[in-house]
Design a protein around this ligand. Structure first.
Ligand code: GLY
Length: 356
């Protein structure tokens, strides 16, 4: 551990993702990026390629010779072309299999750098330093890496577990408000898949609880064959809304609306009562997230249903993760008229946020 980092890092949360020989820790707290040299030394890497979306003062020195490659942050840069460019830069630097890649940025950076690490030399160790709330609570943990194709999001990827994740909450101090609400979309949906009520806790605790939940689900089902589908609570409609609005809605905002919808649909199907349906709306609203379908293409039921049929998890008709007597679980083959009726029950417009 580097000098001066012990106190802050000791105050951090440490969550294990228990995956046998691929197990690793997620460190959460202010200043945990200072642990990077220790993590790199533990891997035994002699050189490091740092892919960073942050300015130099926020990009920690890995303690070994390194090259910093400025990241192209943003969904439209999550392409195979960018992954090839990263691999070329790794090769120019002479990165070998006994070295490592470090990503510093939001989910689009950890996704692309993670995939480049998975592919380069058939796999080099990667350490993620997620800098957005959304990446800290979800994207950087669990080993999913991917880039987009014109045909859809995250269509080309690999499971490549990081060797460590350093969720430094000091990165969050510079986030614009919309990035906070974006992350809260994923935290709000945790309420309905086993994390309980996280509203009002300090953000470090909210991140830790979300990561503990995700770590246990990933340890159960690394390759998304069943239990991991739970993490997609609110995502079936969420993904459709992202596409229908041309990504004008951020992922977390779309998941928030999708979470409210999951409650409405579960209520229509008699899986939960009116109080629990209302709880979906009040939890989402409490985090300052939208609860209504956006006006325009984002409220066209026919278009949304067509997009939901394309969902990667929709192997058997329209598929949703829905709350019910046994808790949340995937429900396949939901009749289209029920989905259309639930969409019709949703409010439309920019309103829909409020206190709790
Ligand atoms: N973000 C969903 C998952 O990691 O499975």
């Amino acid at each position: 551990m580097t000098e001066g980092s012990e106190a802050t890092v000791a105050a951090a949360h440490r969550v294990e993702v228990a995956l046998g020989e691929r197990a690793y820790h997620v460190h959460i707290g202010p200043g945990v990026r200072a642990a990077l040299p220790e993590v790199v030394a533990g891997i035994g890497a002699r050189r490091v390629a740092v892919v960073s979306a942050r300015p130099p003062e926020w990009t920690p020195d890995p303690g070994v010779p390194s090259v910093v490659i400025p990241a192209r942050d943003g969904e439209h840069h999550k392409t195979l072309g960018w992954v090839e460019e990263l691999c070329r830069r790794f090769a120019d630097f002479g990165l070998s299999r006994s070295d490592a890649v470090v990503s510093v940025g939001g989910g689009t950076t950890t996704d692309a750098a993670g995939l480049a690490a998975a592919l380069y030399h058939r796999g080099v160790p990667v350490v993620h330093l997620p800098t957005s709330l959304l990446a800290q609570v979800d994207a950087s943990v669990g080993g999913k890496t991917a880039v987009n194709l014109p045909q859809g999001k995250n269509l080309v990827g690999a499971y490549w577990q990081p060797r460590a994740v350093l969720c430094d909450t000091e990165y969050l101090t510079t986030l614009p408000r919309r990035e906070w609400t974006n992350g809260y979309g994923e935290i709000a949906r945790c309420h309905f898949i086993g994390a309980g009520d996280l509203y009002g806790l300090p953000v470090q605790e909210q991140i830790a609880a979300s990561v503990v939940l995700k770590a246990s689900i990933v340890a159960d089902d690394e390759r998304d064959a069943g239990p991991r589908h739970l993490l997609n609570y609110g995502h079936t409609l969420g993904h459709a809304l992202e596409r229908a609005t041309g990504y004008r809605l951020r992922h977390g905002e779309a998941v928030a609306i999708g979470t409210v919808f999951a409650g409405v649909l579960a209520g229509r199907l008699g899986r939960i009562g009116p109080d629990r349906v209302a709880e979906h709306r009040s939890v989402v609203a409490a985090y300052g997230l939208p609860t209504a379908l956006p006006a325009g293409p984002g409220s066209d039921a026919g278009a949304l249903i067509a997009l939901m049929r394309l969902d990667k998890k929709a192997t058997d008709g329209l598929t949703f993760v829905l709350d019910g007597p046994r808790g949340a679980e995937p429900v396949r083959g939901v009749p289209e008229p029920e989905v259309a009726a639930a969409l019709a029950d949703m409010p439309v417009g920019d309103a829909g946020t409020g206190g709790r």
